[in-house]
Design a protein around this ligand. Structure first.
Ligand SMILES: [Cu+2]
Length: 175
């Protein structure tokens, strides 16, 4: 399994890099414009997944992404990934993610992301997974994540490099 995934990784990364910007869906909510909402397929049995999107604030005041929900997952959190003492770690943004006026915030592998916990079913390539995001000002916004290929979800992916991060809070992430 590991060999197959690493073999696929290069091609899959290319596929994701070229496929993700092609997501044409644009969701407007108040002053916010959300585009390129996507996710990656999860291997069978995986209980967590990631979600990525781009949020532009066209208004004059800041807004904050404070949480999310969806039938697919028991819980959705906004996470930030960063290097700490040479180790990749991630943490939930307890105070939410601020989108300053005139700014665009991108959630992408290796950085900010949505974390889908307790997946009710695997994410499959080609699926459109509806989720609801909650913003402080714009309120609840429903959109769907376009699920890209499984290969990009491999253990060596930039998103959640297995073995390089502190996973004690991630019981579902034994790969
Ligand atoms: Cu995370």
């Amino acid at each position: 399994m590991k060999q197959i995934i690493s073999g696929l990784l290069g091609a899959a990364l290319l596929a994701v890099l070229s496929a993700a910007p092609a997501c044409a869906q644009e969701v407007k909510a108040g002053d916010l414009v959300i585009t390129q909402a996507w996710s990656r397929a999860t291997p069978g049995g995986a209980k967590i997944g990631g979600g990525y999107l781009t949020i532009e604030n066209k208004g004059a005041t800041p807004d904050r992404l404070i949480g999310g929900s969806g039938d697919i997952a028991g819980k959705i959190e906004v996470h930030e990934m960063s290097m700490k003492d040479g180790v990749m770690t991630m943490r939930p943004l307890d105070n939410g993610l601020t989108i300053e006026p005139g700014k665009t915030v991108k959630l992408a592998p290796g950085g900010l992301h949505l974390m889908l916990f307790d997946l009710k079913a695997p994410l499959k390539q080609g699926d459109k997974v509806p989720i609801t995001l909650e913003f402080e000002k714009a309120g609840k916004v429903t959109l769907s994540l376009d699920v890209q290929s499984l290969g990009a979800q491999g253990p060596a992916s930039a998103d959640h490099p297995a073995g390089k991060m502190d996973m004690k809070d991630m019981p579902g992430m034994k790969m």
